[in-house]
Design a protein around this ligand. Structure first.
Ligand SMILES: O=C[C@H](O)[C@H](O)COP(=O)(O)O
Ligand SMILES: C=C(OP(=O)(O)O)C(=O)O
Length: 503
């Protein structure tokens, strides 16, 4: 994670309002000493986005938002968040965008990974560490195969809000509001837990801040140093085929480092001791996102300061709706999830709306449709984008088009996940375009939520360690197995390109 001091970065808060209620105060909330007074009343189009302000989404239709009963409490909670420091810095977003631009041309590859939904009850330093080191392990495997830098983006430190297919859930004839993520309500099936509680917004902010603090420590405190590659192995992976395959690569990395030291390399170089790590989440809960939208004084542009990268979900990507309106104005790199329902003309309009300057790295299109639909539908989407000259980073989410229910558990089959990635690479290969990354719901824990993979988790195993609050995640072994498969495809792509170049 590129740490950046806030020197010279005066940040100005947006004014929190709640849909249907006037703002409590007409004056924007300031970030105390670092807010520049003369910047307090910038025009709405200051960042070059016409007719946009952090709260302009409020004039648009909005879906998938909680129905709070205590609206004044929401205002208070959002005002409290608006007074808090930003979680990330604008300069970090710009660096990430440059990395994602490289992924759009095949000169880098993006690994998105983390929980479906972060949970207050599962918050611990060990869990953060285990996910972090699994992502490091996977990125070593991918870098080995692909021969390109791996951009690491954790679904962490903010991935709290969930869009749902149905607003309610019925069990044994009792109907309650659906669980919408810990930032909104609780997973327990009781009236009290399912009530939307505005003060969860502040708790989610605080958990995100504490999580980021640890992630920054890992990234810059020596934990992620390349000389430690062989120490990242997770205990329960030691006797698995993936664990052995990983240690084989780690040994080769160690040997390469020893060789470079023998040649005179300085092991104190930043690339040896540190790594960039970025955070991302679905930009769903717009009250929260607005309260964390700040003006970067270096560039006079607005940034969503809840995460480095924000994405728009499949259920909220309507062109004339609130989520697209919000995202078109923040200058972070962003993503849009796309299912097989997306029409080729519509994707071009959507891209034009959120990336009118066609800036490389600004937009990732995260495809999630299942292998069969992907083979049928993705070529037309890629073709339309190519013809329009739009630059995007294509990413494969092999999770959300592959959910099924088995014995009452939401699950996903490893084979279907792998097949969707295979289809993604095949389609790009056939079209001569670039597979830029993968987006996985995964955990460093030894859970049994997805069926199959080397560990042969069966339908009967689902109830053994099923801990997710929403969708099933790949466990550590399954995640590493996916990384080896992707690495193999990246290597194959690299060899094909080299063969073509020398033909
Ligand atoms: O993670 C994505 C969605 O929030 C999730 O798949 C919705 O699940 P549901 O269909 O059970 O509401
Ligand atoms: C809700 C999600 O995805 P999608 O919008 O693709 O369903 C998600 O990634 O958590």
């Amino acid at each position: 994670m590129k740490l950046q001091t806030s020197q010279g970065q005066a940040l100005r808060n947006s004014r929190p309002t709640v849909r249907g209620l006037p703002a409590l105060s007409r004056r924007p909330v300031r970030v105390s000493a670092i807010a520049a007074p003369e910047k307090q009343s910038a025009p709405a189009s200051l960042n070059g986005t016409p007719n946009w302000a952090p709260n302009s989404w409020r004039s648009k239709p909005v879906v998938q938002q909680p129905e709070y009963l205590e609206k004044q409490e929401v205002l208070k909670a959002c005002e409290e968040i608006a007074r808090m420091p930003p979680l990330i810095f604008a300069g970090e977003c710009r660096t990430l965008q440059s990395r994602l631009a490289k992924a759009s041309t095949g000169d880098a590859f993006v690994l998105f990974g983390g929980d479906c939904a972060e949970a207050f009850s599962q918050f611990s330093a060990n869990r953060i560490r285990d996910l972090y080191r699994l992502l490091l392990q996977m990125s070593i495997v991918l870098a080995f195969g692909g021969g390109v830098p791996i951009v690491k983006l954790g679904r962490i430190a903010g991935q709290f809000a969930k869009p749902r297919s149905a607003p309610t859930e019925t069990i044994n004839g009792v109907t309650l509001p659906a669980y919408r993520g810990d930032i909104i309500n609780g997973p327990e099936f009781t009236e009290e837990a399912r009530r939307c509680d505005p003060w969860r917004l502040v708790r989610a902010y605080n958990q995100s801040a504490a999580t980021l603090n640890l992630l920054r420590g890992f990234s810059y405190g020596g934990y992620a140093g390349l000389s430690r590659v062989s120490q990242w192995e997770l205990e329960f992976m030691k006797n698995t085929p993936e664990g052995h395959a990983y240690m084989d690569i780690a040994k080769r990395v160690d040997e390469a480092i020893q060789f470079m030291i023998a040649c005179g390399m300085d092991t104190n170089m930043p690339f040896m001791r540190e790594t960039e790590f970025y955070t991302c989440h679905e930009c769903l809960l717009l009250d929260y996102e607005e309260a964390l939208t700040r003006l970067d004084s270096t560039t006079d542009k607005w940034y969503g300061c809840s995460a480095h990268f924000l994405w728009c979900g499949e259920r909220t990507r309507q062109l004339d709706h609130a989520h697209v309106e919000f995202l078109r104005g923040v200058n972070n790199p962003i993503g849009v999830k796309v299912s097989d329902k997306m029409d080729p003309n519509d994707i071009v309009s959507l891209i034009a709306s959120v990336n009118p300057a066609n800036t490389p790295g600004r937009l990732s299109i995260i495809v999630r449709m299942g292998a069969k639909a992907l083979r049928a539908k993705l070529p037309a989407l890629i073709g339309a984008v190519q013809r329009s000259g739009q630059v995007v980073t294509w990413v494969c989410d092999p999770m959300h088009g592959n959910t099924e229910t088995v014995s009452g558990y939401k699950t996903r089959r490893y084979e279907n996940i792998r097949s969707e990635i295979e289809a993604f690479f095949d389609v790009h290969e056939a079209m001569g375009t670039v597979p830029g990354g993968v987006h996985l719901e995964m955990t460093g824990d030894n859970v049994t939520e997805c069926i199959g993979g080397g560990a042969s988790i069966s339908e009967d195993d689902l109830n053994s360690r099923y801990h997710t609050h929403c969708d099933p995640r790949l466990n550590a072994e399954q995640s590493l197995e996916i990384a080896f498969y992707v690495a193999q495809r990246l290597r194959q792509r690299r060899e094909n390109l080299a063969a073509k170049a020398s033909a």
